[in-house]
Design a protein around this ligand. Structure first.
Ligand code: MG
Length: 385
C-alpha cells in the first residue's frame, strides 16, 4: 500500500508531537510530508532532522533565517509566513492535512486545504467554532471528509460508525470538569494560572488547558459537535465524568446508548483519524477495568462555569456569535496566562463582548475576519478597565 503523506500544521504542539509518534509507530503507512510551527524553531529543526519531511514552514517570518541555516545541510524546503502555511498544504503530494494549530489562526490554512481537496484530520476546534457553517459548505462542495481528532468527537464518530441512516436522539459529551470542578464561587474568584494549568487527566497545551479549567473548551466542543454531526443544540448534552474514561456517547432513537471508552491518550483519536475506516494495531496503554472501579456522572453547573452557558447561547443565536465568543476567549485566555485578569473575570469579558460586538446573521469569510478583529478590540478594551 502507498504511504499516506501527511501535512502536520502545528507539529511542535501537543497534538502535533503525538501525531509524529503515531507516524513513527506506523512507518509503513504514514510519512510526515510537511511540518509547520508557529515559533518553536528548535523543536521544528529536531523533528525535521528526524522525520525528513519534504518541507517545513515557520509561521513567524522573523525566524526564517534561523530555521533555514539549521537545515542547510538537508534537502528540506524551508518556508516562512502565514501565506506559506496556506500554500504548502495545496501540494499534490499531500494526502491528508492534520490541522492542529491553536486558535483562530487555524481557520485560513484549513479552508485552503479543503479547497485543495485534502482530507482534514481536525484537532483545531476553533476552526469549527468560528466558522462551522462555512467549513461545512466548503467540505461539501469540495467533497472533503473532516475527521475529528478531539477525543470526544472521535468517540462520537466511532459510535456512529455503521449507524448510517439511524436517527440520533442526542449526543452526550463527557467533561472531566477540570481542576476546579468542586470549587465554590469564592474559591474560583482566587484560583491562579498555576492551579489552572494542572489538568487532572490530560496533558495538553496551555491554551486548551485553561479553556478546560474554565469549561470554555467544553462549550466549544458543543459547538463543534453541532457542525460535525448535524444535530440541534438541544440534542447535545454535557455530562461531568471526572475519570475521563468514557470519551463520549450517542443515544439513538430506540434509546440505545453507545459509548467509546479508553485511557486518556490523544494518540488513539489521532491514529483513528489517520486510518479511518480501519483500526490499526497500537502499542498504547489499555484500559484496565479492575483499576477504574467507579465511573461517575453528574450535571455541569453553569452558574459556576458560566462559559458553558455562553457557548450554548452563541449556538442558539448563530451567525457570527460563536466567532465573537472565540475571539474574546482568545484574548482573556492569554490575559489570564499573563496575570492580567482573574479566573471569573474571563466570563464577564466574554459576555460583555457578546453584547457589544456587531451581530451578523449570515456571515461571509470577510465578516468573520472583521468580527474576529472587532471582538478582540472590544475584549482588550474591557481588560483595560
Ligand atoms: Mg476534547
Amino acid at each position: 500500500m502507498k504511504k499516506r503523506r501527511i501535512a502536520i500544521l502545528g507539529s511542535t504542539g501537543s497534538i502535533g508531537t503525538q501525531a509524529l509518534q503515531v507516524i513513527e509507530e506506523h512507518p509503513d503507512k504514514y510519512e510526515a510530508h510537511v511540518l509547520t510551527a508557529n515559533n518553536q524553531v528548535d523543536l521544528l529543526v529536531k523533528q525535521a532532522r528526524h522525520f525528513m519531511p519534504d518541507s517545513v514552514v515557520i509561521a513567524n517570518a522573523d525566524k526564517y533565517a534561523e530555521l533555514r541555516d539549521a537545515l542547510a545541510d538537508l534537502p528540506i524546503k524551508v518556508y516562512a509566513g502565514a501565506d506559506a502555511l496556506c500554500e504548502v498544504v495545496e501540494s499534490d503530494a499531500v494526502d491528508m492535512v492534520l490541522a492542529s494549530m491553536v486558535g483562530y489562526a487555524g481557520l485560513r490554512p484549513t479552508m485552503n486545504a479543503i479547497k485543495a481537496g485534502k482530507p482534514i484530520a481536525l484537532a483545531n476546534k476553533e476552526t469549527l467554532v468560528v466558522a462551522g457553517e462555512l467549513i461545512n459548505e466548503l467540505a461539501n462542495r469540495y467533497r472533503v471528509p473532516i475527521l475529528p481528532v478531539d477525543s470526544e468527537h472521535s468517540a462520537i464518530f466511532q459510535c456512529l460508525s455503521g449507524e448510517q441512516g439511524n436517527g440520533i436522539e442526542k449526543i452526550i459529551l463527557t467533561a472531566s470538569g477540570g481542576p476546579f470542578r468542586n470549587c465554590t464561587m469564592e474559591q474560583l474568584a482566587h484560583v491562579t494560572k498555576t492551579e489552572a494549568l494542572k489538568h487532572p487527566n490530560w496533558e495538553m497545551g496551555a491554551k486548551i488547558t485553561i479553556d478546560s479549567a474554565s469549561m470554555m473548551n467544553k462549550g466549544f466542543e458543543v459547538i463543534e459537535a453541532k457542525w460535525l454531526f448535524g444535530v440541534k443544540p438541544e440534542q447535545i448534552e454535557v455530562v461531568i465524568h471526572p475519570q475521563s474514561v468514557v470519551h463520549s456517547m450517542v443515544q439513538f432513537e430506540d434509546g440505545a446508548v453507545k459509548a467509546q471508552l479508553g485511557v486518556p491518550d490523544m494518540r488513539l483519536p489521532i491514529q483513528y483519524a489517520f486510518s479511518y475506516p480501519h483500526r490499526l494495531k497500537a502499542s498504547f496503554d489499555r484500559l484496565d477495568f479492575t483499576r477504574c472501579a467507579s465511573l461517575t456522572f453528574e450535571q455541569p453547573d453553569t452558574r459556576r462555569f458560566r462559559n458553558l452557558a455562553l457557548a450554548y447561547e452563541a449556538l442558539h443565536q448563530g451567525g457570527n456569535m460563536a466567532c465573537i465568543v472565540n475571539a474574546a476567549n482568545e484574548v482573556v485566555n492569554a490575559a489570564f496566562l499573563n496575570d492580567r485578569i482573574s479566573f471569573l473575570g474571563m466570563s464577564e469579558v466574554i459576555e460583555k463582548t457578546m453584547q457589544r460586538a456587531q451581530f451578523v446573521s449570515r456571515p461571509t469569510y470577510d465578516d468573520y475576519v472583521e468580527t474576529d478583529a472587532e471582538a478582540r478590540r472590544i475584549a482588550e478594551e474591557l481588560l483595560e478597565k
